[in-house]
Design a protein around this ligand. Structure first.
Ligand code: ADP
Ligand code: ZN
Ligand code: ZN
Length: 678
């Protein structure tokens, strides 16, 4: 009996003959080749040989025998798990993705390529302190664990204040899940995936823990993935893409810091981790636990409407008080003659904290030394040649760098335009703050290291661990950093947190209040996490009366949520509408504009008949050029009750355009409720 395979191939077919949208082709399976559903194969296509994935093995085909070609071989010995194949159509439909792009996430290219010859060194022994003691859960924690275990077929939103012991709840659930012979998946934000987290889980569960992470070295990534695929690793800890980890028999999926923006991918293929996790959990009939001190408005809305079940941890472990948050009016500081980085009270509190032998964290959401560099004489300002953004001065190597591409240039001693030497630094970055603090400490006669942690100095292997270790082991000390210092860290000796400029997060995005609330609550939550050190957090701002800050200071999530959800209802923003962005990029901007025009026409027509859009418009992106590619977008805000069919229609319009020759000049990205509109 002849056997045939239905194969999705890994090729972009942008001819106007064949639809690029996931054509699957039948091939003959040679008798001596073991091909099953989920196999990665090599097939002839035209004159080429390309990789493909087997969706189905069958005994009949409609292809004429003389046209049927045999599969040439296996691209990899790995086979995609049946569950992930089952979910493929659902995932593609939900996010309008091409099957091939999703299949490639299931078995990443690094894995398909086989084991690298030069084995990557084993991300450095982790010598950080970890808790391997058996913790007795408090009543609230125990209630959470019991509820999840007795009613596993639910999505839970675990809302617990910072330091309330959410991780401990996850671990107790996982322990039970393992006892039932099942596996567990723990997702954390990319930035929160620290060696400390891994060490904690390894200390508790040993070698069955695997880490899947985009920054693992080749050999290491391969080994970890293999252990998961074979079933020898039964707990996976990872960032976003680990949601596709080849675990079988899942017993629980945990998404920690569920509000974090990194769960939404902003490059292709674009998906939301929560939705994938929920699909997998439904298949396995296991719980999803979404944990956060500050749930996303979307998730809390779903919890309010019963789609998620709400669980709460209202107190810090051992009733340690939450840090007191003070709002500092920086305009007032300037009026009273203080032009420094810190408010008067803030500085004296910093010095006092250090004198008492405790440590402080200083948060600034801007890396580099200074954000803008401009000439006072002629107004020249350092802009990237490839991107519509300012270049940032980095003092370490005296360079101006673009944070969106690899462009860099030496810091000019004279203005490139007029030759003057009056070149000024604008807003400060982490590097400059460190220098300022060092100055202030030496003036006050205080000896304490000032450490910095941001993406600039944590790229090399082991760098992050070194900084964290040094900070943990040196009291007093100061840690200055970007978002990286906000997530998950637990340093008992930190009693003071300073947010240098709280206003930095307010940008033209309907979620900026939500994000500011989450980020600043998270940052403040690093202070005073153990008994004996009362924590304090200062929030420096030029908008001291902003409502978000009042809710942050009062730890009033519910108040914030109610105000925010009312505003969204009034203005028809998600969850009361769906936003779709169609991003078109390419090197020739006239081609992009042409594509946009062709897409807009049927959409306008559709709107005339259906009145589906609250807003529909096309424009240049705020970053009109990145990495030398022009960027334009169509933005649509769709009425919620017709969102699904409208999205389907938009997707069909794009597919049509992708079949035309002009599509060869552009890349089109379709995003539903995108993480960023820049
Ligand atoms: P969260 O994730 O909510 O911010 P963590 O899970 O990091 O909080 O817990 C904070 C600290 O409290 C950790 O050191 C943890 O080991 C400890 N802890 C958690 N639960 C308990 C408990 N029931 N008894 C004692 N210590 C606990
Ligand atoms: Zn650039
Ligand atoms: Zn000049």
């Amino acid at each position: 009996m002849m056997k045939y395979a239905k194969v999705v191939i890994d090729a972009v077919l942008n001819t106007n003959v064949i639809s690029p949208a996931d054509a699957a082709w039948d091939y003959l399976i040679p008798e001596d080749l073991s091909v099953v559903r989920g196999s990665c194969v090599v097939v002839p296509f035209g004159k080429r040989e390309i990789d493909g994935f087997v969706l189905e093995v069958k005994e009949q085909t409609n292809v004429a025998p003389e046209l049927l070609k045999p599969i040439h071989g296996l691209a990899s010995d790995f086979v995609i798990k049946p569950e992930l194949l089952d979910l493929l159509p659902q995932i593609c439909a939900k996010f309008k993705l091409r099957a091939i792009d999703v299949l490639k996430l299931y078995i990443p290219s690094a894995i398909r390529a086989g084991k690298p010859k030069r084995n990557g060194k084993r991300r450095v022994p982790v010598s950080m302190e970890f808790s391997d003691h058996q913790v007795v859960l408090n009543q609230e924690q125990q209630h959470c664990v019991d509820t999840v275990l007795t009613q596993p077929e639910n999505v839970y939103l675990l809302k617990g204040v910072t330091g309330s012991g959410k991780t401990e709840v996850y671990m107790h659930i996982i322990k039970k899940v393992l006892e039932m012979g099942k596996t567990a998946l723990v997702l954390v934000p990319e930035i929160g995936l620290t060696p400390q987290v891994l060490a904690n889980f390894k200390a508790r569960f040993g070698d069955i823990v695997a880490m899947l992470h985009s920054k693992l070295y080749g050999g290491e990534k391969y080994d970890e993935w293999l252990r998961v695929n074979q079933g020898s690793a039964r707990i996976v800890i990872g960032a976003r893409s680990a949601v596709f980890a080849p675990l079988e028999n899942l017993g629980a999926i945990i998404i920690d810091e569920e509000h974090d923006g990194s769960y939404q991918s902003d490059s292709n293929p674009r998906y939301l981790t929560h939705d994938i996790a929920i699909m997998r959990a439904k298949w396995h009939r296991c719980p999803v636990i979404l944990g956060s001190a500050t749930p996303s408005i979307q998730s809390f809305y779903l919890a309010e409407h019963g789609e998620y079940k709400l669980l709460e941890l209202t107190k810090r472990v051992n009733n340690v008080p939450l840090p007191q948050i003070e709002i500092v009016d920086m305009a007032n500081e300037i009026r009273s003659g203080n032009g420094g980085v810190f408010g008067t009270e803030v500085l004296s509190e910093l010095l006092q904290t250090l004198r008492q032998g405790r440590s402080a964290m200083v948060f600034l959401n801007r890396r580099g030394y200074s954000q803008t560099v401009r000439c006072l004489q002629c107004g020249w300002h350092a802009k990237c040649d490839n991107c519509d953004v300012s270049m940032v001065y980095h003092k370490d190597d005296e360079q101006l760098k673009c944070h969106y591409c690899a462009a860099r240039m030496p810091f000019p001693s004279r203005c490139p335009q007029c030759g003057s030497t009056y070149i000024k630094h604008g807003a400060m970055g982490t590097q400059k703050i460190c220098a300022e603090i060092e100055n202030l400490l030496s003036q006050a006669g205080i000896v304490a290291p000032v450490l910095r942690m941001d993406t600039d100095n944590t790229q090399t292997k082991g760098a992050l661990v070194k900084i964290l270790e040094k900070f943990a082991n040196t009291s007093p000390s100061v840690l200055v950093g970007t978002q990286m210092i906000a997530k998950g860290h637990h340093f008992p000796q930190v009693s003071l947190v300073i947010i240098v400029n709280a206003d930095g997060g307010f940008v033209a995005d309907y979620r900026s209040a939500e994000r500011t609330f989450a980020l600043l609550t998270q940052v403040a939550g690093r202070a005073g996490r153990e008994v004996g050190t009362a924590g304090k957090a200062y929030l420096q701002t030029y908008m001291p009366n902003h409502y978000v800050y009042k809710f942050i200071r009062n730890y009033d999530y519910l108040g914030f949520y109610q105000r925010e959800i009312a505003a969204r209802q009034a203005t028809k923003y998600p969850p009361f509408s769906t936003i779709v962005r169609v991003l078109v990029s390419g090197t020739v901007d006239t081609k992009i504009i042409e594509v946009i025009k062709q897409m807009m026409q049927p959409l306008r027509e559709y709107d005339k008949n259906q009145q589906a859009f609250i807003y529909l418009g096309a424009m240049k992106c705020p970053y009109g050029r990145l990495q030398n590619k022009f960027r334009y977008q169509i933005l649509a805000r769709i009425k919620q009750d017709v969102a699904k069919e409208t999205i389907d229609y938009m997707d069909a319009c794009i597919k049509k355009i992708e079949e035309q020759p002009i599509a060869r000049h552009v890349k089109i990205f379709f995003e539903i409720n995108p993480a960023s509109l820049s």
